[in-house]
Ligand binder design. Structure first.
Ligand SMILES: [Zn+2]
Length: 317
């Protein structure tokens, strides 16, 4: 009898000691391997993008590095199905991927996979129809009016402007104010309506099909800094088949990544693209309408210089 009681008590104690199983980690593929130039140093930014997701406590991240521009793509067959979401820190021209690879990625997203396009990932694959449907709008690599209209916000509405012109521009890297145009989406819910982003490229003149695209946040592209005078899309969500896409144009270099606004929307956007929900709270150090906010944990290394050197402007990335 006594043995039974002890056994029962011991069993109860053990049951209490076993922690509640954590929610299963969201499996993320962080894709890198090429960029349009040394100014987009994916070898440098990928570890930060990886750590930002890991620090959110929800994600398990594998980095998948595509072969270089002269590499062999015949054996590059990522197992998309192992992941709920792919984060693109990758920018390559149309001819880089064989049709079979493009088809497998389209199928993965169409069947419900998630995709996150970070900064110059929206420069990639200018003529790949499926990719442009996923990202909604993009710039450079020969995009122009044939790629689709230039989308911007005006009088509280998204305007598709078909006027001819090249796609993709930005001024010098300066801090700028982001305005959340949609405040009830899981990614932007609870964030300040307006918040200051650190010095970064403010992408403008992006063009594309813009189908099934909701622009969550914009920023005013200042003509005094080679801008368009329009509220340009900064954060977007797009649906492609059953798949969800989160597109952020922010994040040129390590200095630009270290903005609590970027970090928070990137963490939330990745969760949303993977699951359709956001469980992460807004952090107390989120930037305000007149003050930027960074985290020491993501400061660039001592002595770091932006690999692009002096800020570029005009038609360059
Ligand atoms: Zn850039």
């Amino acid at each position: 009898m006594r043995t039974t009681i002890v056994a029962v008590l011991l069993g109860a104690t053990l049951a209490c000691a076993i922690p509640t199983p954590a929610a299963p980690a969201i499996h993320v593929m962080l894709l890198d391997g090429e960029s349009g130039g040394a100014y987009h140093a994916w070898q440098e930014t990928t570890p930060y993008l990886k750590r930002m997701l890991e620090d959110a406590g929800l994600f398990q991240v594998d980095v998948v590095t595509a072969p270089p521009r002269d590499g062999d793509f015949s054996t590059f067959k990522p197992d998309w199905s192992k992941y709920q979401v792919v984060v693109g820190n990758y920018d390559a021209p149309d001819e880089r991927w064989p049709d079979s690879l493009k088809a497998s990625f389209e199928q993965y997203i169409r069947n419900g996979g998630g995709f996150v396009s970070v900064h110059a990932a929206d420069n990639a694959f200018a003529k790949w129809k499926g990719y442009n449907l996923m990202i909604g709008v993009g710039g450079w690599r020969g995009r122009n009016q044939e790629s689709g209209p230039h989308f911007y916000y005006q009088d509280g509405k998204l305007v598709p402007d078909p006027a001819p012109g090249n796609a993709g521009s930005h001024g010098a890297r300066q801090p700028f104010k982001v305005v959340n145009q949609v405040t009830n989406h899981p990614i932007t819910k609870g964030l300040p309506k307006e918040w200051m982003h650190v010095a970064d490229e403010l992408y403008a003149n992006l063009r594309g099909p813009g189908e099934n695209m909701t622009v969550l946040s914009t920023a005013w592209s200042d003509p005094a800094n080679h801008g368009t005078g329009h509220e340009e899309p900064i954060l977007m969500v797009i649906s492609y088949g059953k798949g969800r896409v989160f597109h952020t144009t922010m994040g040129h270099d390590l200095a630009a990544l270290n903005c609590v606004g970027f970090i928070t929307t990137y963490q939330r956007g990745t969760e949303w693209a993977a699951t359709g929900k956001v469980t992460q709270k807004v952090p107390p150090d989120f930037p305000t309408a007149d003050k930027t906010s960074t985290r020491a944990a993501y400061n660039p290394p001592a002595g770091w210089n932006s690999p692009g050197g002096a800020p570029r402007r005009g038609a360059k990335q």
